[in-house]
Design a protein around this ligand. Structure first.
Ligand code: ATP
Length: 442
């Protein structure tokens, strides 16, 4: 068996469309640039990514809680956070073809598309604005949040008083964010609407560097714990010229995407910047009373900030394999298989009668309902086309197990379980099927 693990973005985009992972938004109207909809399989995969993250950073820890704040916030939040004044990228426009670029993403001052001369870079604020209420006036302007983090900072006091958590503790949140990116692209890697998975971890000043190191390790290890290959991951420290306005120190977890190493997650030491700013702008005290040390202070914050869409894309790319396998007739054929981790695979098991023969279909349907009623997995039933093609189709969407009902099933009440990765088959009685699959899926 030979394995080809390199894949182009075009291959992933076309698989996603063909199989129902990700579609272009508003496609029947010609699409909306760089905006994407998750289809029936994509929503399962992305939900599984978010669920795995929540489990690792909230449910499995005793020092974390979650929230779900509104996308719309008081406009002063963004003044205090520094986004109104400073959340901008340098925009340069080509004087010949008028294409626009992020000046910090290109070398020199020539247009990468036509070689024309570029204008001097101008700072361009990335926040998306809208109006609330019936009158479109300046006073009604609100921003669509460009990050979920601020929803945590402004709730710091509420969370602390209701949970009575002692430092160090953290707050996790998953939700949509919006940025008017100058150059969105690379499929769901950079879009104007996206989903973040963010943690604000509050610590005693002076312990922040130690906690920063611990979070770097924890978050870096999370990706391989879900099957991502370690050789495709690296940690990169930001240079002082790259640091965001709030950051004391920052590292990126980078993945080797088809377009090269790019950020999956940023892990920053934000110091006490945010709580201090919000305390000043709101006039409220946002601090912590440390009863052991008998002192009051503003906690420092470590922020691991990941992208749900970017991680989903990286998991898809990393799982993609083209393998040469022996077909029944002794020829070699190509199979495409998504070797997604069992916790991420959208479909855990597919039930496939050998054919649409009326002797087989009722038992196959019975087996399918057995799985639906006794597990909380997404499953599929498929009886169209040859069994070989159906196996290929399930491989291509990463289904972990195919359960096949054949003519022997009618006599012995046993079915075949086919393993996606090894393609090995094993026969189990229908009565033991749920237990056998539960054991495999752990
Ligand atoms: P970049 O340098 O790529 O613009 P950033 O450093 O501004 O990203 P952060 O502000 O650190 O990004 O955001 C945290 C995470 O949110 C990123 O690591 C990424 O996974 C995700 N993210 C940020 N912007 C986008 C976007 N436009 N589309 C999809 N995901 C995004």
């Amino acid at each position: 068996m030979t394995t080809n693990s390199t894949v182009t973005m075009d291959t992933i985009v076309s698989l996603c469309k063909r199989r129902g992972f990700i579609f272009q938004s508003s496609e029947i109207y010609g699409g909306l640039g760089s905006t994407w909809d998750y289809g029936p399989l994509g929503v399962e995969l992305k939900n599984n990514v978010k669920r795995a993250w929540w489990k690792a950073v909230v449910q499995k820890r005793e020092d974390m809680v979650g929230i779900d704040a509104a996308i719309l916030m008081h406009p002063q939040v963004w003044v205090a956070s520094g986004h109104v004044a400073g959340f901008s990228d340098p925009l340069a426009e080509c004087k010949s073809c008028n294409h626009r670029f992020r000046a910090d993403h290109i070398e020199g001052n020539r247009c990468p598309d036509c070689g024309g001369e570029l204008t001097e870079p101008k700072m361009f604020n990335l926040m998306a604005k809208t109006f609330l209420g019936p009158v479109e006036e300046e006073a009604a302007v609100v921003y669509l949040r460009p990050e979920t983090a601020q929803g945590i900072f402004v709730n710091f006091e509420n969370i602390q008083t209701t949970t009575r958590k002692k430092l160090p503790f953290g707050v996790a949140q998953v939700g949509k964010a919006f940025r008017n990116e100058i150059t969105p692209g690379n499929f769901v890697f950079r879009t104007r609407e996206f989903e973040q998975m963010e943690i604000e971890y509050f610590v005693k000043p002076g312990t922040d560097e130690e906690w920063h190191k611990r979070w770097l390790q924890d978050r870096f290890n999370w990706y391989p714990s879900l099957g991502m290959r370690a050789e495709n991951l690296r940690l990169r420290q930001h240079g002082s010229d790259e640091l965001a306005h709030y950051a004391k120190d920052c590292y990126d977890v980078e993945y080797l995407f088809p377009m090269g190493w790019s950020e999956l997650e940023g892990i920053a030491n934000r110091g006490d910047f945010d709580l201090r700013q919000h305390a000043q702008f709101s006039g409220k005290e946002l601090n912590y009373f440390d009863d052991e040390a008998n002192e009051r202070y503003i906690p420092y914050v470590i922020e691991p900030s990941a992208g749900a869409d970017r991680s989903t894309l990286a998991f898809l790319i990393d799982a993609y394999r083209e393998e040469d396998v022996q077909s029944g007739g002794g020829q070699t054929e190509k199979r495409v298989v998504l070797k997604l981790h069992k916790d991420l695979a959208p479909i855990k098991a597919a039930v496939l009668p050998l054919s649409r023969n009326p002797q087989l279909v009722p038992t196959a349907k019975e087996v399918h309902s057995l799985l639906r009623e006794n597990t909380d997995w997404m499953t599929q039933y498929d009886d169209a086309q040859s069994i070989g093609r159906r196996y290929r189709r399930q491989d291509e969407i990463g289904t972990l197990y195919c359960v096949t009902i054949d003519f022997d099933t009618i006599n012995d009440r046993a079915v075949t379980i086919r393993d996606r990765d090894s393609m090995e088959q094993e026969r189990v009685p229908i009565d033991e099927l749920v237990a056998a699959l539960k054991q495999k899926l752990g």
